[in-house]
Design a protein around this ligand. Structure first.
Ligand SMILES: [Zn+2]
Ligand SMILES: [Zn+2]
Ligand SMILES: [Zn+2]
Length: 478
């Protein structure tokens, strides 16, 4: 029988528990779990990933000759008999820890192609290398930031056929929400804008082909024989501008034919490469399919493009290797929604587009995708599927195989390092048998709170590294 004294203490505790939030109660449950320290280790190992995936299974490694088990791991002893792995989302708005890691991998991947490392020889520094920015053409006048100057000065006070002023006498600040929006939405060529996005990937491919063609003709070599003399490699990132049109930042590098360590021929200089890039940017084009909806449309780059040599030596000109790598890495962690151009999720109806929290300009672009997407002649552009990204269906980052390493290689290197493996993954002396299955994802409210705390701690500890990286990216603008 309980004494009245203990009873009242129990009641007091129950009352107290009732006052706690679900999250608090969940945290209490968690920390009392004997496997809590191990759970904490798992979450730390994935950097406090916001949406982990859980796997259940085992890996056994045996000596290929004797069959003796050299190492084994099973989730049997883990909390919930499962192992948490990262969601690997590249968007900071979805998962900050994974996006940070992805940006770091991008930095390494780009920098390796410029400074060497990750199996790329350091001699690539001496090769002709350019940082290139290619834009979309104008689809109609938009409000713009001009650093203290009038947006679009017009003395005549003219109006368009819709009765709207064709000029803008305002001096916009850098964070003015009207930046990038058309002066007249009815004059703005939404169809051309969407068609440009839908063909931008192909336009880039045409551009790279044209660069090679120009180099071949400059060297007096048949196009089909260019590969015997030199190899051009590219890495590029797509970024949405204020007007919700993407542009490309890319690295172009010239190597000799054999490998990235092979110097390019003497005649193929950085100046020659710059000429080839400029000519190719001006001439590359893709013809959109003809349609009764708009007639014909030729897809070309805007006349505003920038070609800069990447600085190889301290006293050289242009951005440094690290600055270029930091600049590119910055863009891959941005979601479409974060840049104000589109949404991070797919839309399934015109109602979704009407309900989306976006600017009228972006809504008009999405609605244009929807309208054009139902035309049979444009079906292959899959504009309904890609309405949320305004018709652009390319990857954020693409690169030629020759350029440098891959995301997969970087991840493998990292996990091998974490396991403390001394045996290479493809060691023929061992046989590894694994069996894994997906058993769930996400957190309970209490787990999410603790994981967010871990992620926060990591943010503070790497703040310094990030500041250094950003400092590298500062000091030069396009
Ligand atoms: Zn994650
Ligand atoms: Zn303006
Ligand atoms: Zn108008």
């Amino acid at each position: 029988m309980t004494t009245p004294h203990i009873r009242s203490a129990e009641l007091e505790r129950e009352k107290h528990l009732r006052l706690l939030s679900d999250t608090d109660r969940d945290i209490i449950r968690l920390v009392h779990d004997p496997l809590f320290p191990r759970w904490l280790e798992q979450v730390k190992a994935i950097g406090g990933c916001a949406h982990p995936v859980y796997l259940s299974g085992s890996t056994v490694t045996r000596d290929a000759l004797t069959g003796e088990v050299t190492s084994s791991y099973s989730t049997a002893g883990e909390p919930g008999e499962r192992l948490a792995v990262r969601c690997r989302n590249r968007r900071a708005s979805v998962c900050e820890p994974c996006a940070y890691l992805h940006a770091g991998d991008t930095f390494q991947l780009i920098r390796a192609g410029l400074s060497g490392g990750k199996k790329v020889p350091a001699t690539v520094r001496g090769h002709p290398r350019l940082f290139v920015t290619l834009t979309a053409p104008s689809f109609g006048p938009v409000h713009r930031f001009r650093d203290g100057e009038w947006c679009r000065p017009r003395r005549d006070g003219g109006v368009c056929e819709h009765g709207r002023p064709v000029g803008c006498g305002l001096v916009h600040t850098e964070d003015d929400p009207s930046l990038g929006r058309p002066l007249c939405p009815d004059c703005y060529d939404y169809v051309a804008h969407v068609l440009w996005h839908a063909h931008a990937g192909r336009l880039w491919d045409r551009f790279t082909t044209a660069v090679r063609r120009h180099l071949a003709s400059a060297g007096g070599i048949r196009r089909s024989k260019l590969g015997d003399h030199l190899v051009v490699s590219f890495a590029k990132v797509a970024e949405y501008q204020k007007r919700a049109a993407i542009h490309f930042h890319g690295v172009v590098r010239l190597d000799g034919p054999a490998s990235p360590g092979d110097p390019s021929p003497d005649w193929a200089t950085a100046e020659l490469l710059a000429d080839a890039v400029k000519t190719a940017a001006a001439s590359a084009n893709v013809r959109a399919p003809e349609s009764d909806a708009y007639g014909t449309e030729l897809i070309v780059f805007g006349r505003q493009f920038a070609v800069k040599p990447i600085r190889a030596f301290a006293d050289g000109e242009g951005p440094t290797d690290d600055a270029v790598a930091a600049y590119v890495a910055k863009y891959v962690s941005k979601g479409t929604a974060e840049t104000g151009a589109g949404l991070d999720y797919r839309v399934t109806s015109l109602d979704d587009i009407h309900a989306a929290v976006v600017t009228p300009h972006v809504r008009a672009l999405m609605a244009t995708c929807w309208r054009l997407g139902s035309l049979p002649e444009l079906e292959h552009l899959r504009l309904l599927t890609w309405a949320h990204s305004l018709g652009y269906r390319g990857h954020i980052l693409t690169k030629s195989r020759r350029y440098s390493t891959t995301y997969t290689a970087l991840r493998e290197e990292r996990s091998a390092y974490r396991r403390g493996d001394t045996v290479p993954i493809d060691n023929p002396a061992v046989i590894t048998a694994s069996s894994w299955r997906y058993v769930g994802s996400g957190y309970t409210p209490g787990e999410a709170g603790i994981a967010a705390g871990i992620a926060e701690d990591l943010v503070i500890s790497r703040q310094l590294a990030r500041e250094v990286m950003e400092d590298e990216g500062r000091g030069w603008e396009l």
